[in-house]
Ligand binder design. Structure first.
Ligand code: MG
Length: 270
């Protein structure tokens, strides 16, 4: 190889690698730094969590006898409401389906520290990309979102992918199953504690197991979920509803139950 060929090759290699790149990554660079982290909110440069195949789903309708059932195989939506009225989501094949445009739904009852089991399925027909594909969310106390998204071969900003504490923490790994496959979250959630003057005594925390794979361990929420902004706490009631998000995609849910957990906080202000 002569000198000219080598020079040409050196010029061509970066062009080819640019062409192989997927282009700009979804996300933002004009957002504030997340408190205590080196990344910005929805940072497009944040590394993608490693993909882990969780294996085939093993589902059981068995549940502990102290469980509060929020949705079982009868797909009775009476535990849920749309702003205090009958839940506007649909029932399909014994599951509950978000009807795009119908709005979020919430439990009629309110909860504090809980162990929550919930199963979901993003649409088998893949439409859209990034945040537009299979988006929903499990909002604890209607404030703290564990993201639901089709994150199977669907790049998005890591703090917004499936199982993220949206806008705060990506999951430790990406343990998603593919579109149309049932997936599970097991979430152990501790509600935040506030003092009488409204200051934060203890942040909300959660452990999340996605399809049997631990993706957050006793992780602190930095505040209620927000989009493009720094999260920050303000005092709220000690109990809150669980909200499921209508983000315009027909996500299905089934087999939802929780256990109320005993209060282990020594300086409990509730
Ligand atoms: Mg969401």
């Amino acid at each position: 190889m002569n000198r000219t060929s080598i020079v040409l090759l050196l010029l061509v290699i970066p062009i080819v690698s640019l062409a192989l790149d997927d282009g700009p990554r979804p996300g933002y660079r004009d957002t504030p730094i997340i408190p205590g982290q080196k990344w910005k909110v929805h940072d497009s440069e944040r590394p993608y969590p490693v993909v882990v195949d969780p294996g085939a789903g093993i589902f059981s309708t068995a549940r502990p006898d102290d469980a509060v059932v929020l949705l079982d195989a009868s797909a009775d939506l009476s535990a849920w409401s749309s702003g205090g009225k009958e839940a506007r989501w649909g029932v399909v094949d014994g599951t509950m389906e978000a009807r795009p445009g119908s709005g979020d739904i919430s439990t009629r009852d309110s909860f504090g520290d809980i162990q929550l089991h919930i199963e979901f399925r993003t649409p088998p027909e893949v439409k859209g990309d990034s945040q537009g594909r299979g988006n929903s969310g499990v909002f604890l106390m209607e404030r703290y979102e564990i993201q639901v998204l089709d994150s199977y071969q669907n790049p998005t900003y890591p703090d917004g992918q499936c199982a993220a504490f949206y806008g705060q923490w990506p999951p430790l790994v990406n343990a998603c199953r593919g579109p149309g496959q049932w997936q599970s979250y097991d979430i152990i959630f501790k509600a935040p504690r506030f003092s009488a003057d409204g200051s934060l005594l203890a942040a909300a925390r959660a452990t999340v197991i996605h399809n049997g794979v631990m993706v957050h361990h006793d992780r602190e929420f930095l505040g209620p979920t927000s989009h493009r902004r720094k999260p920050s706490y303000s005092k709220h009631a000690p109990l809150g509803k669980i909200k499921l998000q209508d983000h315009g995609n027909p996500i299905r849910y089934r087999n939802i139950w929780l256990r109320n957990l005993p209060d282990e906080t020594e300086s409990d202000s509730r």
